[in-house]
Write a protein that binds this ligand. Structure first.
Ligand code: HPA
Length: 299
């Protein structure tokens, strides 16, 4: 099976079309909210009601998620009275996919009708005052993957826009709504800048000192490309990092993926409460989850 073009050519649009056709066939219907959930957090997809599940493997040309803790399905269903579409199983740049492939779930969920995208991830904390288990709303990001999902997309004239505006990558109304929700639900929520690196290795202590100096509060190996794609698709975005560990050099301990998933597992109930409260309050934020307007064919 051929995979989506690494150059963001027509194959990307074809894969999106295959995914939409398969989801349609499965009876997924339209969605209001898209979610892409990080390490150990994707069990939330199992809590969707009246859900329809389409494994990535059933979609021609779609990449498979190869990381433990990332399942690899689209799941569409109801949560807190909203129609939600989830990419259960994120695709990572470090798995060897092109940046344009990593964002395929964003494109598919946008075309399904999503008017809001909520992203979560597991991340390392760059701040000693923010220990493992801390939840951090993402205010802004630094893309250090040195790969861009929009690169070359002008060549097809349809894959996405370029020179995308990025001053409000994370929608201020949604950020405010996350804080309102946290307050109402008595969940402690910090705020900060997420630095997205390519991985798959964890950082060196010197790299962490560099990230602290350039203004990052958390570091992880996902999210930044998805956020770029969301901006290109004019899809309002909210992001939450679950800080699973102190970044390299902040403690003497060595980092392991098992530790990241373990902390994510212990903390995910709090994050799930935040997400559910956020969904219940979405109307109040003036977001009417309008779905894609004029973006058809730009997938
Ligand atoms: N670094 C990069 N990615 C991560 C980390 C980290 O410390 N923790 C969880 N994801």
């Amino acid at each position: 099976m051929t995979r989506a073009s690494a150059r963001g050519g027509p194959a990307i649009a074809e894969v999106v079309a295959s995914a939409l056709a398969r989801l349609d066939e499965a009876g997924a219907g339209r969605i209001e909210v898209a979610m892409i959930l990080g390490s150990g957090l994707s069990v939330l997809a199992d809590h969707l009601e009246d859900s329809v599940r389409v494994p990535y493997g059933e979609i021609a040309g779609f990449p498979r998620s190869t990381v433990p803790g990332h399942a690899g399905n689209f799941v569409v269903g109801s949560l807190e009275g909203r129609r939600v579409g989830m990419a259960q199983g994120r695709l990572h740049y470090y798995e060897g996919y092109a940046a344009s492939e990593v964002v395929l779930p964003v494109r598919v969920l946008r075309q399904l009708g999503a008017g809001v995208l909520l992203i979560t991830n597991a991340a390392g904390s760059l701040d000693r005052r923010r220990p493992p288990g801390t939840l951090m709303a993402i205010r802004d990001q630094i893309n250090l993957q040195f790969a861009n999902p929009l690169a070359g997309s002008h060549q097809t004239g349809r894959a996405a826009r370029m020179m995308v505006e990025h001053t409000e990558t994370y929608d201020p109304r949604l950020l405010a709504l996350l804080h309102q929700t946290a307050l109402a639900e008595r969940i402690r929520l910090r705020e900060g800048v997420y630095a997205g690196v390519s991985g798959p290795n964890y950082e060196s202590p010197a790299e962490i000192r560099f990230l602290q100096r350039i203004g990052a509060d958390a570091v992880g190996m996902s999210t930044v490309g998805e956020a770029v794609a969301a901006a290109a698709l004019e899809l309002p975005l909210a992001g939450v990092s679950l800080l699973t560990n102190f970044a390299a050099g902040l403690t003497r301990r060595q980092l392991h993926h098992d530790e990241v998933t373990e902390v994510a597992e212990r903390t995910r109930h709090r994050l799930e409460r935040l997400i559910r409260g956020f969904l219940r309050r979405l109307d109040g934020a003036g977001m009417n989850t309008p779905g894609p307007r004029g973006v058809q064919g730009r997938a």
